[in-house]
Design a protein around this ligand. Structure first.
Ligand code: IMP
Ligand code: MG
Length: 186
């Protein structure tokens, strides 16, 4: 039986082995950068960041905490960003004095993360850095300093490995480019 996602898939952009290899490298880099850190908090942005967080976290040997925050940007059509961002679920922990590393699936326009970073910064963490698995630099509308990037990708809609296609297929172990003909624009 063909996979349920087959008709939406144009190509596999980053396969499982390449993802896992790069995530291991990011983990090593984070281990070096936070070597003596005692209050590291990985802040996962839901829902897209969850696969990346769980794999990345297992490569991080520095003792660390985990928390979650959900934010959404909304505009005209589900796949476009108009620049309005809302916190749907705040994190439980107090970030004051902690070294916060935000873990996100993808940076597109940058509006979501700019808002999240401003919100966290106002709560006075000891430090605040950003780790994104995927970066669509060509789509950026607001300047962002991204400290750790897994992969630079082109301006194509992707899904899998946390990223959804209308809330589906987040479970795929690879990142795929969506077939534009199969995308509906609500
Ligand atoms: P931004 O605010 O434009 O940077 O949007 C970032 C959010 O849009 C991400 O956290 C994703 O949830 C979503 N997003 C952006 N591009 C894609 C994509 O290609 N596939 C799936 N979700 C995406
Ligand atoms: Mg999404």
């Amino acid at each position: 039986m063909p996979a349920s996602y087959a008709k939406y898939l144009a190509e596999v952009l980053i396969d499982e082995a390449a993802l896992q290899e790069r995530i291991a490298q990011l983990g090593q880099q984070i281990n070096r950068d936070y070597a003596d850190c005692e209050d590291l908090l990985l802040l996962c942005i839901l829902k897209g960041g969850v696969m990346f967080l769980t794999d990345l976290s297992r490569h991080i040997e520095v003792p660390h905490m985990i928390d979650f925050m959900a934010a959404s940007s909304y505009g005209i059509g589900a796949r476009k960003t108009a620049g309005s961002v809302r916190i749907d679920m705040d994190l439980k922990m107090d970030v004051r004095g902690k070294h916060v590393l935000v873990v996100e699936d993808i940076i597109d326009s940058g509006h979501t993360l700019a808002f999240v970073l401003k919100t966290i910064q106002n709560r006075q963490p000891a430090s605040l850095r950003l780790c994104a698995l995927l970066n669509k630099q060509s789509r950026r509308e607001v300047a962002l300093d991204v400290d750790y990037i897994g992969f630079e990708i082109e301006n194509k809609f992707v899904f899998g490995y946390g990223l959804d296609l209308d809330e589906r297929f987040r479970n795929l172990p690879f990142v795929a480019v969506a077939n534009p003909a199969a995308l509906t624009d609500e």
